[in-house]
Each structure stands twice: as C-alpha cells, then as structure tokens.
Unconditional design. Structure first.
Length: 329
C-alpha cells in the first residue's frame, strides 16, 4: 500500500530551541496556493500522498450536509471538530443526536476522556467513565448518524467503507480535491480515511473555505455554510487555548488540525496551506501554517506575531520559559 514521503524528500519547517540551542528539528512538506489556485510555494514533497486524519473532517461534514442534513453555525462547527470535550461541546453533540432521538450509545467512536483538563477532572471527580460522546470526534459521528437517518441508511455499520455514507464521503473528497485516493485505511475514531496529496488536500480545503452561499451548486453552498460555521465558532472546532480555536478566532482563518502533524489553514480570500510534519508531531503545525500564509501576504505578520504566544510554543525548564518552538519557513 506504500506510505508518505521519505525523510530525504522533507524540508525543515520548525525548530525547538532550548536556551538558544537547537534541540530538535521538525521536517515535513507543505504547499501554499493562491486564491486563483496557483502554487505560491512548496517545501519538501507536497505531491506525495498523506493521510489527512482529522483534516479530512471538513470533507466528511460537507458529505453529511449534502445528504439532506442541515447544519449551520455551531452545529456545522461541531460536525467538523476535533473538540476537547467541554460541557459546551458535549451539549452540541447531544443536540445533534436529539434531532432524531438518537441515543449516545449509537455513536461508534471509541470511549475517551475529554482532552480538556477541567472537563476531564470533573468527569473523574463525579465517578463517570470515559464515553464515546466525550471523544474528540463525537460531533462528526453524530452528524454521520443524522445523514444515515435522513436517507434511511443503516446506523449500526455507518463506519463500514462500503456503507452508502462512506461512499458519499469518498465522492465529495474526490470532487473537491480532484484526486482519487491512493490508499484507504481506518482512522483512530473508526471511520475510513483516504490518502491524498498535500496539493489535493490544499485545493479541496480552498474550495470549501472560499465557496459562496449563492453558488448554483449545492455542494458549494453547503461548503460555504460549513466555512461560515467554522469561522464564527472557533471555540467549537477545538477548545479553549487549542491552536485551531486560537487561529480561527484571532486570525479569521479556516483552520483544521489532523493527527500525525497534518494542518490545513485558509484565509477568507482562498489562500491556503496544507502541511505535514514527517515525525507526526503537531506542536509546530499551526505556527508554521500561519507563517506560510503571512509569507504569502495573506496574513499580516504582526497579527501572527500577536497570536504566537498563545499557541503553546513555550519550552520550559524548571517551570520557567527557557526556549521556544519556532517556525523556520
């Protein structure tokens, strides 16, 4: 089945500095495309296939929204979220399920504790166990269940790659990226995930982020609704202090992290970045994406400087800040 690009094809994207000493280097691949779709910059090998992981959620959400499910505002945001499991996040997921009187037990994602520390501590103090509804992908799964109910599709096997819903997701992904996946495997939440190039991923995200609600095509009208829901509800896409939420709320971008160091980010005019850290670490992904957009003139450098302190990039020594994770693009 193959794999992603090799280390010999990667470029340095970020470094970790401790006391002025470069302790680690993050290498990977990235691509920046202009509002017109022209390639502005490439690093590494963006033509190589990657697994988008949760950066594929926007495509999955659009597939749901074009399957007879209306998602707007917060509901659209939670459908594409990798949320931290706060009370507000869980309430949105329960709200989606309640539309069709679906029980939380219908969710087929794994049971996990919230990634938000306060929410996790509260759950533990109350004696509750990890549940699927507090897993970061539960919004996506709830939305998928709504699509199944709207179309009379079976609920129990909605994650099967041969299920009509997953066939719809694959069709949407291919139409928006312009690529046929070179591999299809199972993501951490149990849903299929498809390998496409960073170039294709960037082009697909650009189409979602720059679509118009007045498009004559339902695919793009729903994509526009998703983009609006994300930009207006950054908190729902991730959580307090998490890079996607910070970037969305402070920079006005469409931003979606994916596991194993994948990141997509697009400005309202359509300038789009897609990248992957080869070592799978996500810690520098958001700042690298933002710096690439600033380098392309799509974000003000001062604005990126302003959010950088809130992206969790400090390197600590004895509890004090002694260094920083720094983009080198």
């Amino acid at each position: 089945m193959g794999g992603t690009f090799a280390a010999s094809a990667a470029a340095e994207l970020a470094v970790v500095e401790r006391g002025g000493f470069v302790e680690s280097r993050h290498v990977g691949s990235a691509i920046v495309i202009s509002p017109d779709g022209d390639v502005v910059r490439t690093l590494g090998d963006p033509a190589a296939a990657v697994l988008p992981r949760s950066s594929m959620k926007p495509f999955q959400a659009v597939a749901v929204m074009t399957s007879g499910v209306t998602l707007r505002g917060e509901d659209a945001a939670i459908a594409t979220a990798s949320h931290s499991g706060t009370t507000r996040h869980v309430a949105l997921v329960r709200g989606l399920l309640a539309r069709e009187s679906l029980p939380a037990s219908a969710l087929r994602c794994p049971a996990e504790y919230p990634t938000d520390r306060a929410a996790r501590d509260e759950l533990v103090r109350s004696g509750q166990r990890a549940e699927p509804i507090t897993m970061n992908c539960s919004g996506k799964h709830a939305a998928m269940l709504l699509a199944c109910r709207a179309n009379g599709w079976s609920l129990e096997d909605y994650l099967d790659p041969e299920h009509p819903l997953q066939k719809r997701v694959l069709d949407v992904l291919e139409r928006l990226t312009g690529e046929r996946p070179v591999a299809s495997v199972i993501d951490g939440c149990g849903a299929p995930v498809h390998a496409v190039s960073l170039t294709g991923l960037a082009r697909g995200i650009q189409k979602i982020a720059s679509s118009s609600t007045s498009s004559p095509f339902a695919l793009f009208r729903e994509a526009a609704a998703l983009a609006e829901g994300v930009r207006s509800n950054g908190w729902a896409v991730a959580g307090p202090g998490r890079p996607d939420s910070v970037a969305i709320d402070r920079l006005g971008v469409f931003s979606k992290f994916g596991a194993e160091g994948v990141q997509v980010m697009a400005t309202p005019d359509g300038t789009t970045v897609a990248l992957k850290m080869l070592d799978g670490s996500p810690r520098a992904s958001a700042i690298v994406a933002a710096r690439l957009l600033a380098g392309a003139g799509a974000l003000e450098t001062a604005a990126v400087d302003g959010v950088e302190p809130d992206l969790g990039l400090d390197v600590l020594g004895g509890g004090a800040v002694v260094g920083r994770i720094r983009a080198t693009v």
